[in-house]
Ligand binder design. Structure first.
Ligand code: FE
Length: 224
């Protein structure tokens, strides 16, 4: 277990490393290659109204306005914390789990904006304290889109960890299609600007609800 002193040292090292992270290439993230360390409590409540802008503007959602085509969802590095064989489930949130509940919904489309049924979505993420469960499957799960290409994930807003802004990892694959690995990001997070992996085309459309947050993101994936 980490002592408080080692925790402080880690935080200092991370502060030094942040500058380097801003120029990290998308293929290998220095931050992703280090063991996640818990953040201070104030870092990860994360989504106070001050730090988390929300937007109901859905114009950025792929294929949202009757478009007949869309560009593929950008791919991102997998990072070191993927675990194969996650359980099939669309609710990762657990009773008593720390953090702000997030219900993420959307569709999976092909490049012609046709819904992709039975597309695989495999999500994994850090908890609200920025820590991954690398021994089990907490906050890990896969599911398949319905006949309309629709998916729904119930989880928590992920915390930050050294060098990384808030993000959710995901693998998406059409039946018999290429497996796409990417990451989703959150609007209004100040660390987005210093995260070398951040891509604004992977921003979730986010709004507050009476029970946490509601997010939307549409994927566009190759079907061959
Ligand atoms: Fe990560």
């Amino acid at each position: 277990m980490k002592t408080r002193n080692s925790f402080i040292v880690i935080n200092i090292l991370c502060a030094i490393a942040l500058g380097a992270c801003s120029t990290a290439t998308p293929t290998v993230s220095p931050a992703e290659s280090t063991s996640p360390a818990p953040q201070t409590a104030t870092d990860n409540s994360g989504l106070s109204s001050n730090s988390q802008d929300t937007s109901t503007d859905t114009s950025s959602l792929a294929c949202n306005d009757g478009n007949k085509s869309a560009v593929l969802t950008p791919e991102e590095t997998e990072g070191p914390y993927f675990t194969a064989n996650s359980p099939e489930r669309d609710v990762l949130f657990e009773d008593g789990m720390n953090g702000i509940k997030l219900v993420l919904t959307g569709h999976v489309y092909n490049e012609n904006c046709q819904p992709v049924a039975n597309a695989l979505l495999d999500f994994w993420q850090a908890d609200a304290n920025g820590v991954y469960d690398n021994n089990g499957y907490t906050l890990r799960g896969h599911q398949y889109t319905d006949a309309n290409g629709y998916y729904e994930l119930t989880t928590v807003i992920p915390g930050i960890y050294p060098g990384r802004t808030e993000h959710i990892h995901v693998k998406v694959q059409a039946p018999n299609g290429k497996l796409i690995t990417s990451q989703l990001f959150f609007p209004g997070v100040s660390l987005n600007d210093s995260d070398g992996i951040f891509n604004e085309n992977l921003l979730i459309v986010l709004q507050e609800t009476s029970d946490g947050m509601q997010g939307q993101f549409n994927f566009v994936i190759p079907t061959q």
